[in-house]
Design a protein around this ligand. Structure first.
Ligand SMILES: *Cc1c(COP(=O)(O)O)cnc(C)c1O
Length: 492
């Protein structure tokens, strides 16, 4: 009998006292409990050193990236690689080559830091692999997620009729809001429908409108006042004008914290206008919404609770890791009217209103158990811990702004409304093009100080620098570091 004829014995996955070989190889894709524990332990050890070394890590390291790219440019592997080798690759080579979004000195874009408590929730959720899209499949866990959504509705001041769902981020929350408003307010042939935004609205809204089937000509971009808030007078005129042309105004998208400067539109005025004109009012509160947990935030966001729908990003305002957005809607029925479809292979859906089948009120069917990522940190710490952290960020930006004003040549272009300040160097005698160049170089000099990372934007043609404080890890010391870097760069 040749070797080829010998019947192949399936390898027996015999449990042993030491199931994982010393070199970190696992025998089978089906890990024993002990093997899983060892894998998690190996990963946890790396994560602990990662977290402990954060204060000394640079806020950005994206130089000399080519050799690192080659490490992950490979054909489909057929051979097993040891856990240690894989973790080394991740933690030593790949992860450090990034914008360090976990760094306390990361003051770029809209930071949040990423509470690692949520990663523990993900480990649990992924391991028990429960299905929360259908209530019946995991009633208590679907209820847990529904409760988390209820908490968000309560935070924004929505009535008992409200509902919503968790998304992967603000972009998809804005998209679902536009689709919901479209299906509730417009006929099937919806191309007369007009959407109103401002010059400061995040581009995810225009993208969402496009993906919801609206051509660019259906989106109005209204100008802003000197504090970068929508010009309500111009908005009213645009609505009247569109109506007189036979178009159908149906949706205003207001800003509750712009990405550029954290500007908050006059939400009361928008709600008044929406009510008078019977328009759907959606608020992009992805950055700003959770500041309503604080007294100062509540004052700025007054009127938010009068919206028809609100997009929020727990991965910004509640410091969660990326992948956590939310859409809440004043009238939960709007969501089921928009998303509900039946299929023969699906289990029975719930009739009782209190029992939510998330697949019936949102675009997704199979998905991760997102609710746990929010629930776990909020249960571990209580919401007051988040309130205090947000309050501290408001203090820090006030401190940073006061300090900026003491630096020669700095012009504050946008005073903070939430936790973002926009500023630039202004030197007499330079035209705008030269000033923009000066400030590009200024930003590069600041960021050469690796302890912090700032980003820029354009405001009315002016290149400006931004400090956005939102990471739970950012404290006064990091603002001091930032100011030192700015002072040094300003005199160069
Ligand atoms: C971040 C942000 C978005 C996009 O949200 P993602 O979670 O990144 O998809 C939309 N609007 C504003 C104001 C934002 O700050």
């Amino acid at each position: 009998m040749s070797d080829l004829d010998e019947p192949v014995q399936p390898e027996r996955n015999t449990p042993s006292a030491d199931p994982v070989s010393a070199d970190g190889f696992f025998r089978d894709i089906e890990l024993s409990g002990g093997e899983f524990g060892q894998l998690v332990e190996c990963a946890t050890a790396r994560l602990v050193s990662f977290l402990e070394s954060l204060p000394d890590q640079p806020a950005r390291d994206t130089e000399n990236i080519e050799p690192v790219l080659r490490l992950v440019d490979e054909p489909l592997p057929s051979e097993a690689v040891s856990a240690n080798e894989i973790l080394n690759l991740l933690f030593e080579d790949l992860i450090p080559k990034s914008f360090n979004t976990t760094s306390p000195g990361y003051l770029s874009f809209i930071p949040s830091g990423g509470l690692p408590q949520s990663a523990v929730a993900d480990l649990i959720a992924g391991t028990v692999n429960r299905y929360v899209g259908v209530w019946q499949a995991a009633p208590a866990l679907a209820q847990l997620e529904a409760t988390v959504v209820r908490w968000i509705c309560d935070i924004v001041g929505f009535p008992a009729s409200a509902g919503g769902f968790l998304t992967t981020g603000g972009s998809l929350a804005n998209w679902s809001a536009i689709v919901t408003a479209r299906r509730c307010r417009l006929p099937e042939d919806f191309l007369k429908g007009i959407i109103y935004t401002s010059s400061q609205t995040h581009h995810s809204v225009a993208k969402a409108a496009m993906l919801a089937g609206f051509p660019e000509r259906n989106v109005r971009v209204i100008s802003c006042d000197e504090r970068f808030r929508i010009n309500c007078h111009e908005l009213r005129e645009a609505v009247e004008n569109d109506r007189s042309e036979g178009l159908t105004p149906f949706l205003i998208v207001g800003n509750a914290g712009t990405t550029n400067t954290g500007a908050v539109d006059d939400l009361e005025a928008l709600a008044d206008l929406a009510a008078a004109e019977q328009l759907w009012l959606h608020l992009d509160a992805t950055y700003g919404g959770f500041f309503t947990l604080t007294e100062r935030g509540q004052a700025i966001l007054k009127g938010m609770s009068r919206a028809d729908s609100i997009a929020l990003d727990p991965h910004k305002g509640l410091f969660l890791p990326f992948g956590n957005g939310a859409l809440v809607v004043r009238d939960a029925k709007a969501l089921s009217d928009t998303h509900r479809l039946d299929a023969d292979y699906m289990p029975a859906m719930q009739q009782a209103e209190a029992r939510v089948d998330f697949c019936n009120i949102s675009p997704e069917l199979s998905r991760d158990f997102r609710g746990l990522r929010l629930w776990l940190p909020i249960k571990l710490h209580g919401i007051d811990a988040f309130r205090r952290a947000l309050d501290e960020k408001l203090d820090l930006i006030a401190m940073a702004t006061a300090e900026l004003k003491t630096i020669d040549g700095i012009e504050i272009v946008a005073e903070p409304q939430l936790t973002t300040v926009a500023f630039r160097l202004n030197r007499p005698g330079l035209d705008e093009a030269d000033l923009n160049q000066l400030n590009r170089e200024f930003l590069d000099r600041i960021n050469a100080d690796k302890r912090i990372m700032l980003t820029s934007t354009i405001l009315d043609g002016r290149f400006v620098l931004r400090i956005c404080v939102l990471s739970f890890r950012t404290h006064a010391k990091n603002i001091d570091d930032c100011m030192e870097a700015i002072r040094t760069a300003a005199v160069d």
